[in-house]
Write a protein of this length. Structure first.
Length: 353
């Protein structure tokens, strides 16, 4: 851990202790009389986190059809993500349009508040304190004690989707969360729509070259070698818009790579992934996008236990390759090739049966 990160962690802990003195609540189990009428959920900052929140939102909507579900976002991309979700009543940005936020959230009182983070987060704790709710529920952490009415205790490194769904039992629901992760419907641009019409389901292998974290990239040469090893397969390259140039460089020299448009939003990515035979990715957001359509996945992970346990794949057919270092560039190319060979054999065997 760097000195800067240590200082930041220490600040958050000290800040949490201060809030514990200011806003102490007695820990009691929620005593809801009938179905809850409203819930405020604080949404984490990354796409992958929010995709893993959708099973909870979908399950709440099924269990409590009349429930008002309010999402508090801390970034524009997450605000836009949940604004497109028909299961969500309203979305508020905690850092913008404060007049609307005050009128719609801070001036009111709700039945439930849920903070999905299991560690002290400055912004999340502030808003957990500011938002008024009859019952505030979070995950156990020493720095969360006294700030919530109920703290959920789970095993270390529990999958993020399970942590989110644990809210159901915490509020007395007997429904087992069966809702799959999903992507809220968003507009699809003309170019992507045309491409999707030409794409036959289950005929192409997707390679995502982008990652939202340090140590999550492989070289174009490594990807190129993989493509060359499977001349009978058709590949599609996915990337973030800022890496479009790298995507084009990988598409151009290979006759078995199908040129695809640059996607304009996460829903477009999901529509392409839905039609893939297999997706290979070093990015957990794409891992969870694949889960939405149960697309077979080969996931490349850094040498961090939490990455592959808390944010592991949910696709039925999956393979995880772990780097010996904190950088997935150090995964042996032969491992990726072998994993793809094996998954193709598995799919072929299933097709025969």
């Amino acid at each position: 851990m760097t000195a800067k990160k240590k200082d930041h962690t220490l600040f958050r802990k000290n800040f949490a202790r201060t809030l514990q003195l200011i806003g102490k609540r007695g820990q009691t189990k929620p005593m809801l009389h009938g179905a809850p009428e409203s819930i405020v959920i604080l949404a984490r900052e990354c796409y992958g986190d929010c995709i893993l929140l959708t099973p909870l939102i979908g399950s709440l909507r099924i269990e409590y059809p009349e429930l008002s579900i309010y999402i508090i976002a801390f970034s524009r991309i997450i605000f836009n993500f949940f604004s497109a979700d028909p299961n969500v009543t309203e979305v508020y940005h905690a850092k913008r349009n404060m007049k609307r936020y005050y009128k719609g959230i801070l001036s009111k009182k709700f039945d439930l508040l849920f903070n999905p983070k299991d560690h002290p987060s400055t912004h999340f704790l502030i808003h957990s304190l500011l938002i008024r709710a009859r019952h505030k529920i979070g995950h156990y952490n020493p720095n969360h004690e006294g700030l919530f009415d109920q703290l959920i205790t789970l095993e270390p490194n529990t999958h993020e989707s399970v942590k989110n769904l644990s809210l159901l039992s915490a509020i007395g629901s007997t429904t087992v969360g069966q809702c799959r992760p999903y992507l809220p419907p968003m507009p699809v641009c003309t170019e992507t729509a045309s491409f999707l019409k030409t794409l036959q389901p289950g005929t192409s292998i997707g390679i995502n070259i982008s990652a939202g974290h340090i140590g999550g990239h492989r070289t174009l040469e490594q990807w190129s070698q993989l493509i060359k090893s499977f001349t009978d397969e058709t590949f599609i390259i996915l990337s973030a818009p800022k890496e479009l140039e790298e995507k084009r460089k990988l598409e151009q020299p290979h006759s078995n790579v199908l040129r695809s448009p640059s996607t304009q939003n996460i829903y477009e990515v999901g529509e392409i992934v839905k039609k893939l035979k297999i997706l290979i990715t070093p990015d957990t957001s794409l891992v969870h996008i694949a889960a939405c359509s149960d697309t077979p996945i080969i996931a490349l992970y850094r040498k961090y236990l939490a990455d592959r346990t808390q944010f592991g794949p949910l696709s039925t057919i999956q393979d995880i390759i772990i780097s010996p270092t904190p950088d997935i560039i150090d995964i042996d190319p032969h491992q990726v090739t072998a994993a793809l060979h094996h998954m193709l054999e598995v799919l072929s065997s299933e097709a025969r049966n």
